[in-house]
Ligand binder design. Structure first.
Ligand SMILES: *[C@@H]1O[C@H](CO)[C@@H](O)[C@H](O)[C@H]1NC(C)=O
Ligand SMILES: *[C@@H]1O[C@H](CO)[C@@H](O)[C@H](O)[C@H]1NC(C)=O
Ligand SMILES: [Cu+2]
Length: 238
């Protein structure tokens, strides 16, 4: 018993290095290569300061590589953001299963998806999964071999956008700054949108506060019944 307890503690400590990256986007039936049209970092570490400009499209301590590619996406279809532990990991190495928390996706309309930093206003949330029947959004993505399915609304304007996919790990979130936020931005061109609804938009940074109930909590000691509150603005839908 003692030994297995010690092993569990060790492995959960070493797991703190088992981070994740949004490496690839499947869109319009096409599986794009790793880092195609995505500003990927080479290091998979999280952003932990929710007031940092790096919360928009990563960067800073994890320098990101620009991409000159833009991925075509038809409004009203689903795309898949593919997550991996590192840029070279396979589908069975998405993220350590001890990383539990919500999964989200945001869009921002931009003039040039290749160069826009993403920092500041214009963002709206289009997908979210928190905790359902004991299963976290991150569990769904890991069980789906890294696939985060995102529906692109059909009522938004066509044009270039940044698609920001995000996973948040809450295993260390009992203290301020302990939540680990993982995000990357894909550069997309949405075609066929009806432009019939203008989403209410928000700034990044700005969408989260370090003491949001969904970012500052001890997920191993919650009061039952537990109703997890997903951080950020409400999800937009047409
Ligand atoms: C698109 O994704 C949503 C969930 O985000 C799902 O309910 C729907 O069935 C998917 N549609 C298709 C065509 O796969
Ligand atoms: C976006 O799609 C439109 C419609 O197909 C096309 O005319 C335009 O060239 C595309 N822009 C980019 C940057 O891919
Ligand atoms: Cu990690």
């Amino acid at each position: 018993m003692k030994l297995s307890t010690a092993l569990t503690v060790c492995s959960s400590l070493s797991l703190s290095a088992a981070h994740t990256i949004f490496v690839q986007l499947v869109a319009n039936g096409q599986t794009n290569p790793v880092s195609y049209g995505i500003r990927d970092p080479s290091y998979d570490g999280p952003i932990t300061d929710v007031t940092s400009n790096n919360l928009a499209c990563n960067g800073g301590p994890n320098p990101t590589t620009p991409s000159d590619k833009i991925i075509q996406v038809t409004a009203g279809t689903n795309v898949t953001a593919v997550w991996r532990h590192t840029l070279t990991s396979g589908a069975n190495d998405v993220m350590d299963a001890g990383h539990k928390g919500p999964v989200m996706a945001y869009l921002k309309k931009v003039t040039d998806a290749r160069t826009d930093t993403g920092i500041g206003g214009g963002w709206f949330k289009i997908q979210e999964e928190g905790l359902n029947n004991g299963k976290w959004g991150t569990d769904t993505v890991i069980n789906n071999k890294g696939d985060q399915v995102i529906h692109i609304p059909d009522c938004i304007a066509p044009g270039q956008y940044l698609l920001r996919a995000e996973m948040i790990a809450l295993h260390g979130a009992r203290s301020v700054g302990g939540a680990q936020l993982y995000m990357e931005c894909a550069q997309i061109n949405i075609t066929g949108g009806s432009a019939s609804v203008a989403p209410k938009t928000y700034g990044i940074p700005g969408i989260y506060k370090s003491n949001d109930p969904g970012l500052l909590l001890d997920i191993y000691n919650v009061k039952q019944p537990f109703n997890y509150v997903i951080p950020g603005p409400p999800k937009f839908s047409c």
